[in-house]
Design a protein. Structure first.
Length: 375
């Protein structure tokens, strides 16, 4: 569930979890990419939804890796769910234990993962009636494909007994109910619930039937709650305290690391952090929080970082990538990492170089000190 959400009718946006709002340097366009009506638009630290085109299908929320978006009716599956059907299917054609959602493309990975974690031996069946390609909310034959493929890959890696299956049970298109349509509440505004001003300078508002959320001020780290929840669910499915490292990205640092800390400062989720004391500098990495965006690799001045799509054997765990002993600057007393020159930190060494340059300039070309008139 969204914890610091700007809520507008059935649409929820949590600016603290949106990568595009908080870290525009990370090229995340997942929500806009899957929207069948192009209702979702991303700008420079802004997200807008054209409500007159929004069908409430939930595909944007299902694609969001940090669960910044939420559409009403997709948060979780009932505990008794064995089958998942589109809401267009007539009630008489559904079997017992069927969960009905507005669009199969809006089936959220987090909801499906949490549902499977309740019973590690169950099988959930996604029922394909053959209508999606002609549906305005579908736009393709299998709008759920990305979600199902991702969950299946996780279950296979875990060796879990539970499964997700897709079955084709075609019905005549004449039996289909009406496709998803823009909610009436959105057509007339957002009712009694005004948007909540979210942390981080994000300001949601409604203008001309359009939901707009923008973020001002310095970029902030993304709320990692959704990433932690995924790791916990995977651990439950694995039947252990921690999930396998192979389900998370991995980061390697070379000895050429310059220790300028740009990588840690740029990490959108806090997966990479820098800490230490006056004697030691430490670079830490938490794979559970890594989205694999690669921003740290692109910004590393020394090219010392290598991002791998998955870790090796064993359980996932946060670890220290690099430790470095620090020395104290002879001039300012600040701790820094060598290579040092004359016991000075880079800042003091630069100041010393500047003073020497000025001194040589003032002495003149002949090496003699200038007179007061020459100065």
């Amino acid at each position: 569930m969204l914890t610091s959400a700007a809520v507008g009718g059935p649409i929820g946006v949590d600016p603290t979890r949106c990568v595009s709002l908080q870290r525009p340097a990370v090229p995340c366009r997942a929500c806009a990419r899957v929207c069948p009506t192009e209702a979702v638009r991303l700008g420079e630290r802004s997200l807008s939804v054209a409500l007159e085109r929004c069908l409430g299908c939930g595909r944007c929320a299902a694609a969001c890796p940090t669960e910044a978006l939420e559409i009403a009716g997709f948060a979780e599956l009932p505990e008794t769910t064995l089958r998942v059907e589109c809401a267009r299917v007539p009630a008489g054609a559904r079997q017992p234990g069927t969960a009905v959602i507005r669009c199969l493309g809006g089936m959220r990975p987090a909801a499906l993962r949490a549902h499977l974690a309740r019973d590690g031996s169950r099988t959930v069946v996604v029922v394909d009636r053959g209508w999606c390609a002609q549906c305005p909310a579908g736009g393709c034959a299998q709008p759920w494909e990305e979600t199902v493929r991702g969950i299946r890959a996780e279950l296979e890696r875990l060796g879990a007994a539970c499964r997700v299956e897709v079955v084709q049970e075609p019905l005549p298109i004449e039996m289909a109910g009406p496709p998803p349509a823009p909610p009436h509440e959105d057509r007339r505004g957002f009712g009694r619930r005004a948007f909540l001003l979210a942390p981080g300078g994000a300001q949601p508002r409604r203008a001309n039937a359009q939901l707009e959320v923008s973020s001002a001020g310095p970029p902030r780290r993304i709320d990692p709650a959704a990433l932690r929840a995924r790791a916990r669910a995977l651990a439950v499915l694995a039947g252990s305290a921690r999930a396998p490292a192979g389900l998370f990205p991995d980061l390697i640092v070379a000895d050429s690391c310059c220790d300028r800390r740009l990588c840690a400062a740029s990490c959108p989720t806090g997966a990479l952090t820098q800490d230490g004391d006056e004697e030691e500098s430490r670079l830490r990495f938490d794979p559970e929080l890594c989205t694999g965006c690669g921003l740290c690799v692109r910004l590393c001045p020394s090219g010392a970082l290598t991002l791998r799509p998955s870790g090796g054997a064993g359980s996932v765990a946060a670890r220290v990538l690099r430790r470095r002993r620090l020395v104290r600057c002879a001039a300012c007393g600040q701790s820094f990492w060598p290579p040092a020159r004359g016991g000075l930190c880079p800042s003091c060494a630069n100041d010393q170089d500047l003073m020497r340059s000025v001194h040589r300039l003032l002495r003149g070309a002949d090496g003699t000190a200038p007179t007061s008139q020459e100065i």
